[in-house]
Design a protein around this ligand. Structure first.
Ligand code: ADP
Ligand code: MG
Length: 272
């Protein structure tokens, strides 16, 4: 699949979040999950939203995904205000939770979005076959999710979203449940797929290594109530090798730099 846009980013803002806040009401108590968060993501940028568990990462992502309504502030996607409950067509989501249909085979899970969109059967078959090849799922097209490993199921989930060719990709700890090696495998798969299409990505994680491996920029959140604490540029060259990168000096240096700041938030989270 050829790259959908030129190498150089156009510096067009795709996601613009300003003064975002979210307060939940839980058992009669107000929980401030997000407090005055602002950031922008430009076209083709891969941004990791990093922070300790419970700091509000998913809450931000779910607001961008139109799944929940903000208490205050604004979210604009391509300059259009986001309306809760009204999904945006060119935005795709991949979540940690396995949302595959157990009664559909790998190929029918991957092709589901194209079926919904009424894509003719011929084109659907061609695109599903291409997706299966790109994700390294050859030979598994007729398998059901229950007979796949966790890593393979996540490959299917990823392709099920990517097949619709979303320009913006929201990912919430999609590899969070995988073991270390399978996770690294998935980083390689994702990096390769992303190099082809250069989607604009907002990727939620609590794993610093994952953020450094994948992203151009890390937005670090503070422990609850979630605020934006710091913004780090990750300027390792691309294309990246997910395994070899971890042995480089630049990786070790940036890791310890961000780790210091993240560690403070882990500690706060513990004492909260
Ligand atoms: P993260 O994804 O960073 O682990 P979340 O965004 O899931 O954090 O949660 C942030 C905070 O908001 C947590 O304290 C969580 O308990 C609270 N929270 C999230 N969703 C709800 C909800 N639906 N009702 C009440 N509290 C919630
Ligand atoms: Mg979460």
């Amino acid at each position: 699949m050829p790259s959908t846009r030129p190498e150089a980013s156009t510096n067009r803002c795709r996601i613009d979040i300003r003064g975002l806040s979210k307060t939940f009401l839980a058992e009669g108590r107000e929980v401030v999950a997000i407090d005055d968060a602002s950031f922008r993501i430009e076209d083709g940028e891969f941004v990791a939203l990093l922070g300790p568990s419970g700091c509000g990462k998913s809450t931000i992502l779910n607001m961008v995904a139109t799944l929940i309504a903000p208490t205050g502030g604004t979210i604009r996607v391509d300059d259009v205000p986001v309306v809760p409950g009204r999904p945006i067509r060119h935005v795709g989501y991949v979540f940690q939770k396995d949302t595959l249909f157990p009664w559909r085979t790998v190929e029918d899970n991957i092709g589901y979005a194209l079926e919904l969109a009424g894509v003719p059967a011929d084109e659907r078959r061609r695109r599903v076959a291409e997706a299966i090849r790109q994700a390294g799922l050859d030979g598994f097209a007729r398998f059901y999710p229950s007979s796949l490993s966790g890593g393979m199921r996540q490959r299917v989930s990823l392709m099920r979203t990517l097949i619709a060719r979303p320009e913006i990709l929201l990912m919430d700890e999609p590899f969070g449940a995988l073991d270390t090696h399978t996770k690294l495998d998935m980083h390689s798969v994702l990096l390769e797929l992303w190099e082809r299409a250069r989607q604009t990505v907002l990727f939620v994680t609590h794993d610093l290594g994952e953020a450094l491996t994948l992203a151009d920029r890390i937005i670090l959140m503070s422990a609850r109530p979630g605020r934006i604490k710091q913004d780090f540029k990750v300027d390792f060259p691309r294309p990246r090798d997910a395994v070899a990168l971890r042995e480089t000096r630049q990786y070790a240096e940036l890791f310890s730099h961000v780790w210091h700041s993240l560690g403070e938030e882990f500690a706060k989270g513990r004492s909260a």
